[in-house]
Design a protein around this ligand. Structure first.
Ligand code: HEM
Length: 535
């Protein structure tokens, strides 16, 4: 009996001690958390929690992450966000951006992590390389992109595909059908970049909008490698070859089969062309030019490095299509801009007809035949030089990129500890990200009307004026500035000129336009519109 009482007493004591212990630990943890939170009362950026940093808040805001950053960056030009095991620094300050992208460029590479995630798709291509490998490719590619041959060839290709798009829209307008502009623009830019890059016709913009194996594999691979950045299990899945990684493997095989067969075909065509010395068989696509350069052993271009022409497809396709989608959305939402643009295009049409000594064909907006003929005539008048005269259109596209940059945030690795011009300390191994989406919306960068869509801000006496590339960062800046910028403007201006001269767009009622959280600022639900014809 006594024993039993002793045991009960012992039990009660140990329970009491246990409870006290738990209580003490709880109090200590709570005090730690309270001190941690108290110390942050004057801190810029999101308030963090011990160990997990700002991960919870970032996770909750994941789908609206770009606007989440806008809120913090409008309070402070640079914010430092602790995360589990690392720190992310985001900046919208042009001085800091110049430091990262130019002044101390060597300290901020794409980095090993990016390279390992993207290698399966991009190999060691220009978009995915650092150091000497990147430098060599940049030199060769810059030379090619500056060539008049490539520019003339691109102009012809972009005109041809804008016309194909015009024809699809014409049919939809006569039949009163809704279309998803983003989907059509994605098809157009894929077809045209495959033509410019590889010299092949993949035909996804044919009137019946066919399914295409290469296009599907390309989209799937692109989505899955992007998903790797937020999928902690991708390496295990890859090792086991299951789930998304198995699908990626299959898609890469399709892309490789296609690319290597084009390389083989193009090589033999070049050889045949030479043997028969038929100059008209000469090709101006990027792949053909690289094959020719590869004949010089100094350039050391293997089939594997020729396959990396895919980098240009990745770099140029979605960026151009999403920018065009947002530009059309901006024009729909700002009718005065649409009208000003229409006037500029009508004036150019008349000027060009005069210059070419042709009379403009009469047409009736209710008659498909004459309407389409006049559009074809206008397209023929759109040359590289005449597009250069469209200053208002240039401003419309640039203003779109200011508010809806195709690459909304661009992270860089940090090789060594550094200090940004505003005093922010950066630790080696972390990430620093310049944020074009936020930069375009900051009053401290663009004045009190920063969030308004105003193409006029880019014009002086009717002429387009550039801004510093460290403030307008849609194309990056410094030694790695986008190589396809001029080519992208050429295609966007060609397409917009033809579409905005002949059509008015209206959003399908109830259609919600919002971005999808991806590396490219695409529209989550596409851009569903109805189209009417203009006189
Ligand atoms: C609106 C259209 C475009 C936008 C907004 C855009 C934007 C960008 C940005 C932000 C980068 C830097 C990416 C990074 O390093 O993380 C980049 C790089 C690049 N872009 Fe573009 N781009 C566009 C169109 C194109 C086109 C049409 C091409 C080629 C056909 C192209 C070729 C490249 C290449 C090769 C690079 C890598 C340059 C290097 O690392 O040295 N881009 N672009």
């Amino acid at each position: 009996m006594e024993d039993e009482e002793d045991n009960n007493l012992l039990w009660a004591f140990s329970c009491e001690n246990g409870c006290m212990g738990i209580l003490m630990v709880t109090c200590m943890v709570l005090t730690w958390i309270l001190i941690h939170r108290w110390n942050q009362r004057n801190k810029n950026g999101p308030k963090t929690w011990p160990l997990v940093g700002a991960a919870i808040e970032q996770f909750i805001n994941y789908d609206r992450m770009h606007d989440w950053l806008v809120n913090y960056l409008s309070e402070s030009k640079t914010v430092v966000i602790p995360m589990p095991f690392t720190t992310y620094t985001y900046t919208a300050d042009p001085a800091n951006v110049e430091h990262v992208l130019k002044t101390n460029f060597a300290n901020y590479p794409k980095g090993e992590v990016y390279h390992s995630y993207m290698e399966v798709l991009l190999g060691d291509g220009i978009f995915n390389a650092d150091g000497e490998i990147w430098r060599k490719q940049r030199k060769t590619a810059s030379f090619e992109f500056a060539s008049k041959n490539l520019r003339d060839f691109s102009t012809v290709v972009f005109r041809e595909y804008s016309q194909k798009l015009h024809a699809i829209l014409s049919q939809a307008s006569f039949q009163g059908q809704e279309v998803d502009m983003q989907e059509l623009l994605m098809r157009m830019t894929l077809d045209s970049i495959c033509k410019v890059g590889f010299g092949v016709e993949i035909g996804t913009l044919a009137p019946n909008l066919p399914d295409n194996q290469f296009a599907r594999a390309f989209d799937t691979a692109n989505i899955i490698v992007t998903f790797r950045f937020i999928d902690p299990l991708w390496k295990i899945k890859r090792f086991l070859n299951v789930g998304s990684e198995a699908l990626l493997d299959k898609s890469i095989k399709t892309l490789d089969d296609f690319t290597y067969s084009v390389i083989r075909r193009r090589k033999s065509e070049i050889k045949e062309g030479r043997e028969s010395s038929e100059n008209d068989k000469m090709k101006h696509d990027i792949l053909s030019r690289f094959i020719e350069l590869g004949e010089d052993p100094e350039n050391n271009l293997t089939d594997k490095s020729l396959r990396d022409v895919l980098n240009f497809v990745i770099a140029g396709r979605d960026t151009t299509a999403t920018t065009l989608s947002w530009a059309i959305y901006m024009i729909m939402s700002n009718s005065q801009v649409a009208e000003k643009l229409y006037s500029e295009l009508k004036a150019l049409e008349e000027d060009r007809a005069r210059e070419e000594k042709v009379s403009l064909l009469q047409y009736d907006t209710e008659d498909p035949e004459s309407f389409n003929q006049r559009a074809r005539q206008f397209a023929r008048l759109l040359s590289y030089d005449s597009l250069g005269r469209l200053h208002y259109l240039h401003a419309v596209i640039t203003e779109t990129l200011r508010l809806y940059p195709a690459v909304p945030q661009d992270p860089k690795g940090i090789l060594e500890d550094d200090v940004l011009p505003d005093g922010t300390k950066l630790k080696a191994g972390g990430m620093v990200t310049y944020v074009p989406y936020s930069m375009g919306r900051m009053e401290y960068n663009w004045g009190s009307d920063a969030t308004s869509f105003k193409p006029e801000r880019w014009l002086k006496d009717g002429f387009f004026q550039n801004a510093s590339p460290f403030k307008f960062t849609a194309f990056q800046a410094g030694p790695r500035i986008c190589l396809g910028k001029d080519s992208a403007y050429l295609q966007m201006k060609m397409t917009m000129a033809l579409l905005c001269r002949f059509y008015k767009f209206a959003l399908v009622p109830g259609h919600v336009v919002e971005y999808r959280m991806m590396t490219i600022l695409s529209m989550a639900n596409g851009l569903k519109v109805t189209i009417s014809r203009r006189s």
